[in-house]
Design a protein around this ligand. Sequence first.
Ligand SMILES: [Zn+2]
Length: 448
Amino acid sequence: MEAVVSDTLPTPTPIVIRDGHVLLPDGTSRIIDVVVRDGRIAVVGEDATVVGDEEIIDARDQLVLPGLVDTHRHMWLGSLSAGSSDVTLFSYARQVNEGHGDLFTPEDVYAGVLWGAVQAINAGVTTVADWAHNLGSEADIDANVRALYDSGIRARLYFGGKASSSGDHSRYEAQARHLHATHAPHRVGGRIALGLAVRGPSMATAAENDVEFGLARDLGLPISLHAGMAGLPGAVDQLGSQDLLGPDVNYVHANEFTEQEWKQVAESGGTVSATPTVDMTMGLGALPAVGPALDHGVPVGLGADTVAYGPSDLFTEMRLTLAAERSRANAEPISRGEMPGALRHSHLDMLDLATRGGARVLGFADQIGEIAVGRQADLITLDLSAPHLDSFDNPVLAAFLSAGARDVDTVIVAGRILKRRGTLADSLLRKAHLEVRRSRARIRERSL
Ligand SMILES: [Zn+2]
């Protein structure tokens, strides 16, 4: 079997993050230290002892948060960022996924995923669910895995084959087995875990659903599918009638699930990924599915979905989610001509979606999502000295209200520093930029 693509980045060094405002699991923040050893959080507390081999990060006037978790993003589209913001799902699929996607070679997959990871890391996203559905060959698959490793990000790679309507999906099973067999580190808790992205009832027949869900379960991999978008109803009902529901299934979008479908998802233990920018601006549903998921006790996280259409940061998605869910809840009293008497959800709930919530959705709940001893050292800091992040006494709220990628000072994944003092690691940025420039030139050339 082909050599395994694995983690070649250097061993992490010990780190002390000194005197930052640290967001704790109970939602409070305190000025304390965080010590990182062997890629994990070793100490959270005051006046941490320094041995002498640590890299010291002076975090005075900085907010320290758990790394953000994106539960749904098509990383290969990193090189096609800002492709359009005025297309529906179907014309988007034709223009971006198929129009450009079919021109991708393994080198372009590598460049797109690496650049996509750089965009995510730059914005404080330390873990991403990479919904990889432009992989037509084993070489494409290896390029995708290699790019995730080389970037330093943590990921669950949901393998989706070549799922566009113009793509050849016939080798999906053989390719999934190749990925599973050659990419062994996922079995021992490596930085890149695996899953299967299946087409689901909106794109596949009942027989095909049986095969794809059966394959995932045979390989022991979690499943993710797009479901519940406007005009494509009945996905959960259909899967339920085929006895395919389960706690290993992640539903992306879920905007227009019926009450019956929400009950089935909750009872079967499934999870949901909401992508507010894309959901609302592309018209996948009236509102993102966060409120209904929370109301039904379904684990839910956020996602940027595609940088070809929306922004690469999750702060935007958190703010949009709060506005959307307040708007949903306020509609009823407003329709009676009244102001709402109380408001639903808080900024801490939104931060929870982008950290702990995402960790649960991806099956990493015991590893990431909180700043606590023993967790993976996936941490970010935000520079609070800028006027827009200043606050009377609430740095967490200030960050929620106004932060963006440019405010992310430091990004640490598995104890490795990928961004520091607002600048990405030079080796990563230069390589990714060179790769994406070359890839774009090739794609432009081929599309003539
Ligand atoms: Zn998607």
